[in-house]
Design a protein around this ligand. Structure first.
Ligand SMILES: Nc1nc2c(ncn2[C@@H]2O[C@H](COP(=O)(O)OP(=O)(O)OP(=O)(O)O)[C@@H](O)[C@H]2O)c(=O)[nH]1
Length: 143
């Protein structure tokens, strides 16, 4: 059953709860789970700290989360699923999360037209990685 969920995975979004140290501590186990299911480094991963509208109750600091994200080569975002409009510009973060995953997917896999006899690679990995080095980096946004 579990194996079924890992088949054909294109990207992984690790979400922890900024008000729960336990949820943050469980991240290494989820990363290990991905490793055991043969998800390689070519599968984009990002780290999302949810519930940042509850800043007064935060148990996981941005600094700690950023260190973890850096150690695992993931971009970090903090956002709120509950009040995306109410907590400043958190709604932008949701769009940034989506755009980051989309960009990583596009740059890590060559875009291939899937006609059997006429497969054409429109864009190579190296080309996009070159662009990525120039204009993308890991970031954390807080309102
Ligand atoms: N304040 C706040 N509450 C949130 C946010 N996201 C989810 N919640 C609340 O957290 C609770 C759990 O949300 P779920 O969407 O069920 O998340 P889940 O990961 O499935 O949680 P479990 O069911 O506990 O495993 C609900 O009461 C949500 O309303 C958020 O960004 N801010």
């Amino acid at each position: 059953m579990v194996q079924h969920y890992y088949r054909n995975v294109h990207a992984v979004v690790f979400v922890y709860d900024v008000t729960s140290a336990a949820s943050f501590r469980s991240l290494p186990a989820w990363i290990e789970e991905c490793r055991q299911h043969a998800l390689g480094h070519e599968v984009p991963r990002i780290l999302v700290g949810n519930k940042c509208d509850l800043r007064h109750a935060a148990q996981v600091s941005t600094e700690l989360a950023q260190q973890f994200a850096d150690a695992h080569s993931m971009p970090l975002f903090e956002t709120s699923a509950k009040s995306p409009q109410g907590g400043g510009n958190d709604s932008d973060h949701v769009e940034a999360i989506f755009m980051t995953v989309a960009h990583k997917l596009k740059s890590q896999k060559p875009l291939v037209l899937s006609q059997p006899a006429n497969t054409v690679t429109l864009r190579g990995r190296d080309q996009d990685e070159e662009e990525q080095r120039g204009s993308w980096g890991c970031g954390c946004w807080r309102s």
